[in-house]
Design a protein around this ligand. Structure first.
Ligand SMILES: Nc1nc2c(ncn2[C@@H]2O[C@H](COP(=O)(O)OP(=O)(O)OP(=O)(O)O)[C@@H](O)[C@H]2O)c(=O)[nH]1
Ligand SMILES: [Mg+2]
Length: 149
């Protein structure tokens, strides 16, 4: 049977890792109607419980279970905004994993918003962030990157 026509879009904003989760948690008070806020992190102790935000804790980032959790979090969406501070482990890897799944299941539009590390964080973070952004660019054509200087 054909799915009944909808006159609204399913929009989700997902934050990955500590930086991405902080960004999304900061949006919660805005309470934008029709937009679902989701935080995805590997460390539940870093979660604040906030009304209007759905938290997802990933166990082993590379496990099948984690892939299923990520798939479920975006399935059926029309528009995704993905955000992370690049250069750490969780956000850098998981934002790419989700962009890849989004491409595979043909989410119509995925937009990534990522921050580069602060200069004071050192060269290795910058390299990790650049590698992560290159990986993300393989499956996400719309990347907005912000320098933190
Ligand atoms: N502006 C801003 N940037 C942040 C914040 N938290 C993290 N970042 C940036 O995001 C980068 C990645 O850090 P985290 O988000 O803590 O790392 P993670 O993705 O949680 O990864 P792991 O903890 O290593 O698994 C940092 O190098 C910072 O540049 C924040 O609250 N504000
Ligand atoms: Mg972290």
């Amino acid at each position: 049977m054909l799915e009944a026509a909808r006159d609204y879009a399913i929009i989700k904003i997902l934050g990955f890792g500590d930086g991405g989760c902080n960004t999304v948690q900061g949006m919660a008070p805005c309470d934008v109607p029709g937009v679902e806020l989701i935080t995805i992190n590997s460390d539940a102790t870093r979660f604040q419980c906030l009304c209007g935000v759905t938290p997802i804790e990933l166990g082993n980032l590379n496990s099948l279970e984690a892939s299923d959790q990520l798939l479920e979090s975006i399935q059926g969406s029309d528009l995704l905004f993905l955000t992370a501070g690049m250069g750490g482990v969780t956000g850098t890897n998981v934002i790419s994993a989700v962009a890849k799944i989004a491409q595979k299941i043909e989410i119509p539009l995925t937009i990534a918003l990522v921050t580069e590390p602060f200069n004071s964080e050192g060269e290795s973070r910058t390299v990790a962030a650049e590698n992560g952004i290159s990986e993300l660019a393989k499956t996400c054509r719309h990347i907005n990157r912000f320098a933190m200087r």
